[in-house]
Design a protein around this ligand. Structure first.
Ligand code: 7JF
Ligand code: MG
Length: 217
């Protein structure tokens, strides 16, 4: 075929979605995943919970770990206030390239910054290089064994404040080793588990975890 699944998805979006319309990009991506090829987007039930969190929290500064094709970045950014922004980190250069195109197609390039680096390296520089003081929302959706490493790093960097929300995908399948034990065992968070269907799969259950930071600033 010569093309990757991500490139085929982007081609479909360019042919079928309305330029500058985030809702159209998301609907079209969902259609692609339902009718053509499955893709690991935080969509459907997962996306609905994410929408609810963003609408209720009205975050100013958001961090996403694991951009993939940019589906959840668009899903988050479409609900952000004018001055709010999302920094999303993707270590895979091919995914990052597609994500940048999807963000542009949605017309959200002024709200979303896609960084093609390792998450730990960026987290360590958020305050100095990316002009971040505090993170209001963190979405964990990258390699599952990195959730625990990166949440500890985010705490070490003192990037969370009372009320900050950490939202984690795939805590059941494939699961994030050590993450649930850590976050549920920590006195600094109040966690809620949601049993949800897998993206685009009506017969498989996954889980997402919403944790509100209540610890010291
Ligand atoms: O890697 C991921 N990042 C973010 N979100 C993901 C997600 O929402 C998923 F549903 C899956 C998933 C899980 C089970 C499965 F069968 C297919 C894909 C993965 C994943 C996990 C392990 C891999 F080897 C490849 C993909 C991810
Ligand atoms: Mg996921």
């Amino acid at each position: 075929k010569g093309t990757t699944r991500e490139q085929r998805a982007l081609k479909y979006l360019k042919e079928h979605a309305r330029q500058g319309d985030p809702d159209s990009v998301l609907e079209t991506f969902d259609e692609f995943c339902r009718t053509q090829e499955w893709a690991m987007n935080a969509a459907e039930e997962k996306g609905d919970i994410l929408d609810e969190i963003v609408r209720e929290l009205q975050p100013t500064t958001c961090l996403e770990l694991g951009t993939y094709c940019g589906y959840s970045a668009v899903r988050i950014a479409r609900n952000l206030s004018p001055s709010a922004r999302l920094i999303t980190i993707e270590v895979n250069p091919d995914y990052a390239a597609v994500a940048r195109e999807v963000v542009k197609l949605a017309g959200l390039q002024d709200k979303i910054e896609v960084i093609n680096l390792d998450s730990a390296d960026v987290i360590r520089e958020l305050k100095t290089k990316y002009d971040v003081t505090k993170l209001d929302l963190v979405f964990l959706d990258h390699w599952k064994y990195l959730y625990i490493r990166d949440i500890k790093l985010i705490e070490e960097e003192k990037l969370l404040k009372k009320g900050s929300v950490v939202f984690a995908d795939n805590v059941i399948i494939p699961g994030a080793p050590g993450y649930l034990e850590y976050i549920r065992g920590s006195k600094n968070y109040k966690s809620t588990f949601y049993s949800v269907h897998f993206e685009y799969m009506d017969d498989m259950k996954d889980g997402v975890e919403k944790s509100v930071y209540i610890g010291d600033e």
